[in-house]
Each structure stands twice: as structure tokens, then as C-alpha cells.
Design a protein around this ligand. Structure first.
Ligand code: BG6
Length: 490
């Protein structure tokens, strides 16, 4: 059974507290950890934004998201208790005005207490807000800062942000969030690989034919279209979530789970990732944008319509990536991500090499390679596809069946959402779940290559109807290698 160990008391300042992230993720996450007894009473949550409002108003708005209309009396009582930790302070994030004096007062107290600054703000202000935090004397010995992705929009802007934040906070006090690293099933990748003897000896170019990573969403750009149209799928998803997943699949065993040990291994993968240039992009990259379609029987508009004009932003990317090191030489890593796809599905599929010599008669059926299907969400689980003999008389017949670990069936309890785990990890100081500066910059260096290739006209934007699996060019890319995208539920 999960053991819920309380963290040390802390003060957390959330900048951008009236925004979408704070409302949908941060406040609910803190409330749930409070309900589970992980947040001790002397902790304080100081929410801040530009809007003029009282703490009561802020809490009333937050309660709507957290409790909806259906909270029972016990949940309401817990919310009332949790509310005692929360204060709202109006302040300008640019660091001027009376708000900062109020912020300082709200933070008054033991300077040895853990102090977390959470910047739920656009990355362009990370540097100025850090400078303001420092100017107002709010950096205490145990202060730390949490930054949301994206850190910049290319290598140079990421480096500038990292410099500015690093001028105030030591790297060991900087927690760069990639919320995929907080997902239960993503953490399980480390255990699956490094706590089982079975996989590691074949986890290389000798044993593995290729790897597929799919992160498909049914949602469109929606309310975030303003941000999304400037970012696109490559910057929004590949540069961070997909590359992080790839690192966890491909990295060498770290000597421990210590933050720097894990991150040093991930960095080596990112540095070994072959740069994609314009010539390569023509065959290794597919860009797409959804047009109107139907998802789950409901008609949905095309992306351009949602954005309200013509746009060249991609909502789908598929890539063939290569990691140029001894372990992975010649093993393609196919990655794809898109919005408005046929189903919400994030999974990693490892296809192993075929057996070296087939002793089964052809009429028994086709030998298929072993496949490890790691289903990250939804229907979390791990499946190992194996060839078996179809039982019963009638000669030898082959059947491809899964050894199946379904989380829902195997584990009875629910587990916390990624943000709940990450917020507690910040307070505990567990850096392993966060991206280090050099990782972010290495990921941008590679991503910039693809962006440059696009600017050089390497890839046209292909249309795909909402509710499908992306443009057919993505299927053709694998078809050229005599492979196909595999759906773990097939
Ligand atoms: C975010 C992206 O980082 O991840 C969003 O900015 C995307 O565009 C989201 O929808 C997906 O996260 P999850 O946890 O729903 O898979």
C-alpha cells in the first residue's frame, strides 16, 4: 500500500495564480495532497496575480474548479480547512508596486522554512520575476523556484532564460517541470528497465528492432490557441515530453536514482541524438495540421477555424530519430504526436528482433516479433506480446498473445496526478523528476535543427481530418522501412 509521508512545512508563492494552470492543476493538486495529510498545517500558500480581488473571492473561484457542484459535506469541510493555508496578494509580476511589500509581509516568518516560488507565467518573464524576487530580498537559504515548460522557444532564448534565472537561484534550487516526468507510468519506466534482470541484456541494437513513441490527443488547441499557434506540436510536445520519454527508454543505467545521476544519463542520449537537417527532414519528418472532422461522433472544426485565420502551425509531427551511440546504432526511434487524433493514447512500443531461425512450419501461422507495449495513459499498463501455441488438438497453430499487467486490475488504489507528485517532489528537493539546464538546452539544439529544416522548406504541411491518426505521409514514412505504426490495443 502507498505510504503517505508528510513533507516538511513550506511556504509556496504561486505567481499567475488566476491563470489556467493554477486553477486547473496547482490548486487542486495542493488540495488533494492536503486531504491525504501530506501537507502539514504550518504550510502557507500565497497566491498572487495582477487582478484585484480578496482571498475569499480567490478561494470561491478555486472552489468551483476543485469541487464543481457536487462536493459532499466532508469534502467541503476539508476545503474549508485547506482554505486557511491560502492567501491572495495582488502584485505585478514585473516586481514594482505595493504588492511586493504585501508579498514580503505574507512571507514573514522563519527564514529556515522551505520557500517555493512557482512561476505559472509565460517564460518571457521568468528572468525579470526572478530578479524582482531577489531585489525584494525574498530569496532565503532554502528558497527554490519552479518553472513551467516551455523554457524559451529555441536554444538561444532558453539559454537566456536559464542565465537570468541562474543569476538568482543555484541550479540545485531550480525545478523545471515536464509534467510527463511526474506521471506514475513514466516513473515506472525506470523500475521496469532497471529493477528487472530480464530486459536489460536485450535492451540494445542486438535485441531491439525499433521503438515507437506515440502521444495522441483528441483535444484541439482550444482556449490555448494563442500560445499554441506560436509554438506548434514540435515545440509544445516533442522538445520536452517526447524527448524525455525517449531518454528514459534509451539511457544507460544511472548509478543511482539521485537527480544528477539520472539527468547526466538523459543528457548523454540527447547529445547523441542525430541532428536532422533539411535533406534528412524530407524523409525523417512529417508535419500535419488538422482540418474539420468527427471525434466520438461529434463534429469538430479544423485548426485554422479555431485559430480564426490561415496558419502554418503544425498540430501533428512524426519523426524518425537516431541515437548515434553503441547501444542504439541502427535502431530507429519513431515518434509522433498530434492533436485531434482518433483516440487519446500515449504509449511506448518496443519491437524486438525476430528469432534468428524459424523452426515452425509456415502453415502454423506467422511468427511475430515480441513487443513490449508500455501504455502511459489512459488504461495504464504494460503488455509483453508473445508467440504461444494455440492450445488443443489440430496440429501446431501459433497465437500472438499478451502477458498483461493492467494497472486497474493489478493495483487497487488510485494514485496522485503528476502535478501532485511533482509539487511534493519540489518540497522534498527531489531533482530527478525535473529537467536540468543542460538537458533543456541540448533538447533545444536538436529541435532547432528541425525548425531550421522547416524554415528551409524541407517539409510541407499535410492536412489530416480530425479524428484520424494524422496525415498518411506518417504511415508512408514507416512503410518505407517495411514497418507500420502499431496500436497497443490492436
Ligand atoms: C502540455 C501541452 O504540456 O501537455 C499540451 O502544452 C498538451 O498541449 C498536454 O495537451 C498533454 O498532457 P497530458 O498530461 O494530458 O498528456
Amino acid at each position: 500500500m502507498a505510504e503517505l509521508l508528510p513533507v516538511e512545512p513550506f511556504d509556496m508563492v504561486i505567481f499567475g495564480a488566476t491563470g489556467d494552470l493554477a486553477r486547473r492543476k496547482l490548486i487542486p493538486a495542493l488540495f488533494h495532497r492536503w486531504c491525504d495529510g501530506q501537507i502539514p498545517e504550518p504550510s502557507r500558500i500565497i497566491t498572487t496575480a495582477r487582478e484585484e480581488m480578496s482571498t475569499e473571492d480567490f478561494l470561491a473561484r478555486a472552489a468551483e474548479t476543485v469541487n464543481g457542484n457536487g462536493a459532499n459535506s466532508e469534502r467541503k469541510a476539508r476545503w474549508a480547512e485547506f482554505s486557511r493555508l491560502v492567501t491572495y496578494v495582488r502584485a505585478d509580476a514585473d516586481g514594482e508596486g505595493e504588492g511586493w511589500t504585501a508579498l514580503k509581509e505574507a512571507l514573514n516568518g522563519d527564514p529556515a522554512k522551505i520557500r517555493v516560488f512557482y512561476l505559472a507565467l509565460p517564460p518571457s518573464v521568468y528572468g525579470p520575476v526572478c530578479a524582482a524576487i531577489s531585489r525584494h530580498g525574498l530569496v532565503t537559504p532554502r528558497a527554490r523556484i519552479v518553472l513551467e515548460k516551455p523554457i524559451g522557444h529555441n536554444f538561444h532564448s532558453a539559454r537566456a532564460i536559464n542565465e537570468a534565472v541562474g543569476a538568482v537561484f543555484d541550479e540545485s534550487a531550480i525545478f523545471r517541470i515536464d509534467h510527463y516526468l511526474g506521471k506514475e507510468t513514466v516513473q515506472n519506466l525506470l523500475v521496469l528497465r532497471f529493477a528487472n534482470m530480464l530486459l536489460e541484456p536485450v535492451w540494445n541494437a542486438n535485441g531491439i528492432d525499433h521503438v515507437q513513441i506515440t502521444v495522441a490527443e483528441t483535444l484541439g488547441a482550444g482556449e490555448r490557441a494563442g500560445y499554441y499557434d506560436r509554438a506548434g506540436a514540435l515545440r509544445d510536445m516533442v522538445q520536452n515530453h517526447l524527448l524525455q520519454l525517449m531518454c528514459l527508454v534509451a539511457m544507460e543505467p544511472p548509478h543511482s536514482l539521485d537527480g544528477d545521476a539520472v539527468r547526466a544519463e538523459k543528457l548523454k542520449v540527447l547529445r547523441a541524438l542525430r541532428l536532422i537537417r533539411a535533406e534528412g527532414a524530407k524523409k525523417d519528418v512529417v508535419r500535419g495540421q488538422y482540418t474539420a472532422g468527427v471525434i466520438g461522433g461529434v463534429p469538430v472544426p479544423g485548426y485554422a477555424e479555431e485559430v480564426g485565420g490561415t496558419t502554418k502551425t503544425e498540430t501533428f509531427v512524426a519523426l524518425r530519430a537516431h541515437i548515434d551511440n553503441w547501444r542504439w546504432a541502427g535502431v530507429p526511434f519513431y515518434m509522433r504526436t498530434g492533436k485531434r487524433m482518433s483516440a487519446r493514447r500515449s504509449e511506448i512500443i518496443i519491437t524486438f528482433k525476430p528469432v534468428p531461425h524459424d523452426i515452425i512450419q509456415a502453415d502454423a501461422g506467422v511468427l511475430q516479433p515480441n513487443r513490449l507495449v508500455i501504455r502511459l495513459q489512459p488504461d495504464e499498463g504494460v503488455k509483453l506480446m508473445m508467440m504461444t501455441k494455440d492450445p488443443g488438438p489440430g496440429g501446431m497453430r501459433l497465437r500472438y498473445v499478451p502477458l498483461n499487467l493492467s494497472y486497474a486490475e493489478a493495483f487497487e488504489q488510485d494514485y496522485p496526478d503528476a502535478y501532485e507528485r511533482l509539487l511534493m517532489a519540489v518540497v522534498r528537493g527531489n531533482l530527478a523528476l525535473f529537467m536540468r539546464r543542460d538537458e533543456v538546452e541540448a533538447a533545444w539544439r536538436w529541435t532547432d535543427g528541425v525548425i531550421q529544416a522547416w524554415q528551409d522548406g524541407a517539409n510541407t504541411l499535410h492536412a489530416y481530418a480530425a479524428g484520424t491518426d494524422g496525415p498518411q505521409q506518417a504511415a508512408l514514412m514507416l512503410g518505407h522501412d517495411d514497418r507500420e505504426w502499431f496500436d497497443g490495443h490492436d
